[in-house]
Ligand binder design. Structure first.
Ligand code: ADP
Ligand code: MG
Length: 381
């Protein structure tokens, strides 16, 4: 089978006629727990997928930037731009060049060809994989002094300001900072990170990722709505962000909110932050199986309080649990996307089959499932 790096190299040669001088890769991610908490200054716990985006890169003699992808083989070429000038998928790359320049760095002009095995638009963060592979290549080739801890925010600005997608810091942090065999515990206020041991195979366990393959609907509008509700709830409670409300203060906080929707949105964020902390504590002490109920509780909270699930992901969670999973939840922003299930390592096929059968019974498009092992973050190859 042709590897992604070979595909990226071939795409470079096809588009530009010479060999790339280097290859960089950055992964997609799944978030183990902590959904929609990132833009509430809260906690998240992603790990990097083995699936990644590879950027094959070579210098650009004309002083401009060119990028093509196996998904869009005709190169997009641009000079120094401002947000809005490059649109479509090329905006993710122009955005990274812009954000680096805006942070004061001299960005080397390059030609780029991208290839990826991260599924697009499935909540596994193909956008951050793209940004992070390009960002890392530009930093290395330009010899730029950009410490690791600054990089996620630069990639996030590319997506927020240039592409115009109001996402939090989770995806870019995961793609850039994750380590093999670890989950990344990230405080989205201080950006403090802790690498949490996450070697499931040693425990006879596995994470099964189930892509619901459900069509994403109204994602951007709903995402913006949820952000607004969280900000409104924080303002009503007189705190900078919902992160500042602990579960001990939950009942009191809910009493002070007079809108039922705001109450439920706030309850999801406040309890979800605590579930991340509890998951981290269990993982730190090696009690991996016990995180199952937290995963399932997170799903119920997303389904009932935050209202970001759809029938396909609810059915996947339910069938995985019925097939013996220790816990299961939707992962990613919602309205489709993927589910993860914590299972005994020898139950992967049986669990995947149980979900596929449930989908068939309901006439849903067939799901795609695989076992995800925590891989490395962005790197030169
Ligand atoms: P997700 O990040 O969950 O996969 P997004 O909507 O945030 O979904 O990002 C998907 C978008 O990112 C695509 O529509 C496309 O514009 C861009 N993209 C990601 N990977 C690639 C790629 N390999 N080639 C071209 N565009 C890509
Ligand atoms: Mg994305």
């Amino acid at each position: 089978m042709t590897s992604i790096r070979e595909t990226a190299t071939a795409a470079f040669i096809e588009a530009y006629g010479d060999e790339p001088t280097g290859l960089w890769a950055a992964p997609g991610r799944v978030n183990l727990i902590g959904e929609h908490t990132d833009y509430n200054d809260g906690f998240v716990l992603p790990f990097a997928l083995p699936q990644r985006t590879v950027a094959a890169v070579g210098p650009a003699p004309d002083g401009r930037w060119s990028v093509c992808s196996t998904l869009a083989p005709d190169p997009v070429t641009f000079g120094v731009t401002e947000p809005g000038e490059v649109t479509g998928w090329g905006a993710y790359v122009a955005g990274v060049v812009w954000a680096l320049r805006d942070a004061g760095f001299e960005v080397p002009p390059v030609r780029i060809a991208l290839a990826s095995d991260v599924p697009l638009g499935s909540g596994l963060s193909s956008s951050a994989a793209l940004e992070s592979s390009v960002l890392t290549a530009l930093i290395d080739l330009g010899g730029l002094d950009v410490p690791l801890e600054r990089r996620p925010a630069i990639a996030q600005r590319a997506e927020n300001v240039y592409v115009g997608a109001p996402t939090g810091i989770l995806d870019q942090s995961a793609s850039i900072r994750c380590l093999q065999g670890r989950a990344l515990f990230l405080d989205c206020r201080s950006y403090r990170i802790e690498q949490i041991p996450f070697d499931l195979a040693a425990e006879g366990l596995a994470i099964l990722v189930i892509n619901s393959n459900a069509p994403h609907q109204h994602v951007d509008g709903e995402y913006g709505e949820r952000r607004k509700s969280c900000e409104a709830a924080a303002a009503a409670l007189g705190v900078p962000a919902l992160r500042d409300v602990s579960t001990a203060e939950l009942d009191d906080a809910l009493r002070r909110l007079d809108d039922d929707v705001l109450r439920r949105r706030a309850r999801h964020i406040i309890t979800e932050n605590q579930r991340v902390l509890d998951t981290v504590s269990l993982l730190r002490s090696g009690r991996v199986r016990e995180i199952g109920p937290l995963l399932t509780a997170s799903h119920a909270s997303m389904r009932d309080d935050f209202e970001i699930t759809v029938a396909q992901v609810d059915v996947a969670v339910q069938s995985a649990l019925e097939a013996g999973a220790y816990g299961a939840r939707m992962t990613g922003g919602g309205f489709g996307g993927c589910v993860l299930a914590l299972i005994d390592a020898d139950r992967a096929e049986a669990t995947a089959t149980a979900v596929a059968v449930a989908y068939e019974e309901r006439g849903f498009t067939a799901p795609t499932s695989w076992v995800a092992v925590a891989g490395p973050g962005a790197t030169a190859l």
